[in-house]
Structures are given as C-alpha cells and as structure tokens.
Design a protein. Structure first.
Length: 211
C-alpha cells in the first residue's frame, strides 16, 4: 500500500502532537515533584519547630515543678528556724545552711538540726533529730543523721541573709551561741536547675521570712 503525501503529512502532524504531549507530561511531572518536595520540606520544618517549642515548654514546666517542690520544703524548714536556750544554732554560708528548726519531723521530736547543701548537682537535705529536748545544746545531738535528695540537676545553690536593722544582705550569718546571737530576718534562696534531658535551664529565687 502506498502512502501519499497527504497521508504522510497527517502522520507527521500526529507524531509532532504526540511528542509535544509527551514533553508537556514530563514538565508537569517535574513541576509536581518539585511542588511535592517543597510541601514536604515546609511541613517538616513546621513540625520540627512545633516539636522544638513543645519540647522546650515541657522542659520548662518540668524545671518549674521541681523548683517549686524544693522551695516548698526549704521554706517550711527555714520559716521554722529557731535558737535554743544557748542561742544556738544557725550557720549560714553562701552555698550551704545549717540551722535548728521547730518544724515537724518523721521522728516526732521537738527540734531538728537541718542542713541544706549541694553535692554533685543534687540538692541534699540532712536531718538530725537525735535529741529529745527542745533546748538541748547543739553538741547534745547524737550522730543519727539521715540525708535525702530534694532536687536533681541543680547547678548552683546560693543563700543570702537579711538584717532588717541594717537593711542589708550578707553572704554569711553565724549564731554560734553567744548573747548577741540572733536569727536573720529573712533568707534568700537562689538555685539554677535544668530538666533531666538538659533542654532547659532556669534560675529561680525565693525570699523566706523568719518570724
């Protein structure tokens, strides 16, 4: 069968249209892939930002809850600080504090010798209730001391002591048992705490009045 010029022209036009359609389909595919990639990338970025914000918020809440729990215990003990008949005992340092407190204790004793200190990024509280007398001398306490941890990931612990008569703060305060020994009017407690995964670090301060 012979193909005339007219038929040849028709075939060429069809082939040309097919090639153009094929080329157009490839371009569409490339554009679609590019758009899809951009959408995936943008979605991933939004998800990452949202996840990061949620993670930081979660870490911040964890830190604040831990700090609040620690401050509640410290405030209860320091607000109950007292001196015995010998005007003992309160020894305030910049990174540790030791004092007698009349707050309730697990051994149901009238007085507790308490110390707060930092060791290996843990906030520790030691208690000595080894006495049955409210006004027993400080050296009358036995050696039975229990130590517990009330805060983890604590990088700094600082105390300051307020003297209302001088309207000033001091880094130390000592009541060794002399006639002039008095308690500070307030104690400032400052600590820096991180969450357990070290995503967030916060510093909090509390001022505790001593009645």
């Amino acid at each position: 069968m012979k193909i005339n010029n007219h038929q040849t022209s028709i075939i060429k036009r069809k082939l040309s249209i097919f090639r153009n359609d094929a080329a157009f389909t490839i371009i569409e595919l490339i554009v679609a892939i590019t758009l899809a990639s951009m959408i995936i990338l943008i979605t991933a970025m939004i998800f990452k930002q949202t996840s990061s914000a949620f993670s930081e918020s979660d870490a911040r809440n964890e830190v604040y809850q831990n700090v609040r729990a620690a401050f509640d215990v410290i405030k209860r003990d320091i607000s109950g600080a007292t001196l015995n008949a010998n005007r003992e005992w309160f020894k305030g340092e910049i990174n540790a504090i030791t004092f007698l407190s009349s707050t309730s204790n697990t051994n149901d004793q009238p007085i507790t010798l308490i110390k707060y200190f930092l060791q290996s990024n843990t906030l520790n509280k030691s208690e000595n209730t080894d006495t049955a007398f409210l006004n027993a001398g400080i050296f009358a306490f036995g050696t039975a001391t229990t130590t517990g941890i009330i805060g983890f990931n604590v990088s700094t612990l600082q105390f300051r002591y307020y003297d209302m008569s001088e309207d000033s703060w001091a880094n130390t305060w000592d009541c060794p048992g002399t006639n002039t020994s008095i308690l500070p009017d307030a104690v400032e407690v400052k600590m820096t705490v991180s969450d357990m995964r070290n995503r967030y670090t916060g510093t909090s301060t509390s001022i505790i009045a001593i009645p």
